[in-house]
Design a protein around this ligand. Structure first.
Ligand SMILES: [Zn+2]
Ligand SMILES: [Zn+2]
Length: 364
């Protein structure tokens, strides 16, 4: 079959809309008609050269939702017509990490841009086209391992639900599953894009006390307030570390770096109080390193990483949807703009200009 997809050929080039060939799903694979795809900074990292592109050309997009159109042999977890959200990590359910409750670190699948056997289902003129995170949601249709999709309830607003798979779970999961923020904690969030705003929502859910949002965009700081931040800092106007130490009288219990720069991660660490924890959420440049003052570390401070919200997607996705349905989480405020696939490059421009919380691509 044919499908329209947004393809990246090389860094520093815009995505090109192509009509690709897409094969039917093989055994243990599913064909999904994509409903919504989130425009995430992690995708842009490959366009601006912040991260190396794993294989080219590649259908971009790792955040998405849709409807199962066809299933391959041996697929038992979903049926045609089911609403699904893509987990950007396929989960085998049997390896040590899956069994220990860390399915996003599944060692059977790893993080591939092909099917598990190394073949691709997308092609153009008989040449392989790869798929971002093994998903490739900037496409009308995609074929993925059945272990990548999570079935959700029939009443899910399926276009908007695309954000659950990355922005929402990465933000809230990091707070709840990884950092395990306790009630009454003081928290700082460096970077208030789609993921950072969800770190704020997670801090509110966890009954944090002081919630400090840091961003250079006044638009995003306003969004942060709407999501529950108690204080905002624009680093172009005030030194964030000094301001945080002053507001909290000694530092936050938890700081989250959601931008992806080592110097900001250092600031996040310096903003913690003795006993505090700095959490790296942002995807850092290749070979990025930081150094920390050992005397600071000695005082029971922690510096930890968090990948994909340390999520258990088969539990967490429906949990987050239920919170949204019951008015305890805000999804609509996160979505600033909906665009068709053809406007994906403009959506990235909006993101870089700091004038949207999150854009989503929607498909008819
Ligand atoms: Zn993402
Ligand atoms: Zn596994």
């Amino acid at each position: 079959m044919k499908t329209k997809s947004a393809v990246l050929y090389d860094a520093h080039h815009p995505l090109i809309i192509e009509e690709l060939d897409l094969q039917d799903p093989n055994e243990n694979e599913v064909l999904v008609k994509v409903s919504g795809a989130g425009v995430c900074h992690s995708d842009y990292h490959y366009i601006d050269g912040h991260r190396a592109i794993p294989a080219k050309p590649i259908v971009m997009g790792h955040e998405g939702s849709g409807i199962i159109e066809k299933i391959g042999n041996n697929v038992k977890s979903v049926s045609p017509g089911d609403k699904i959200i893509f987990s950007m990590d396929a989960m085998c359910g049997f390896c040590r990490n899956c069994t220990n409750g860390l399915p996003t670190l599944c060692t059977t699948y790893g993080r591939k841009v092909t099917m598990p056997d190394g073949t691709t289902r997308f092609s153009l003129n008989n040449n392989n086209v790869y798929q971002s995170n093994g998903v490739g949601t900037y496409s009308e249709k995609t074929v993925v391992p059945a272990d990548t999709v999570v079935k959700v309830s029939d009443d899910t607003p399926i276009e908007k639900a695309c954000l659950i798979g990355c922005a929402v779970i990465t933000g809230i999961g990091t707070v709840v599953n990884r950092a395990k923020v306790e009630k009454g904690s003081n928290v700082a969030i460096f970077g208030c894009g789609g993921v950072g705003l969800n770190v704020i929502q997670g801090a509110v859910l966890s009954s944090a006390s002081i919630i400090i949002a840091i961003d250079k965009s006044e638009f995003k700081l306003k969004k942060a307030k709407e999501m529950g931040a108690t204080h905002t800092i624009n680093p172009d106007k005030n030194n964030p570390v000094e301001s945080i130490l002053e507001i909290t009288k000694g530092g936050v219990d938890y700081s989250f770096e959601v931008v992806g720069f080592p110097e900001i991660l250092s600031q996040a660490f310096q903003s913690t109080c003795p006993g505090g924890t700095a959490v790296m959420v942002g995807v850092q440049p290749i070979d990025a390193k930081i150094s920390v003052d050992c005397n600071d570390l000695l005082l029971d401070r922690s510096l930890i990483g968090a990948y994909h919200g340390t999520a258990r997607p088969r539990v967490d996705f429906q949990w987050l949807l239920d919170l949204i349905k019951n008015g305890r989480l805000n999804l609509d405020t996160l979505i600033s703009k909906e665009r068709p696939l053809e406007e994906v490059n403009q959506a990235f421009e909006d993101m870089n200009a700091g004038i949207v919380a999150r854009s989503i691509l929607t498909f008819n």
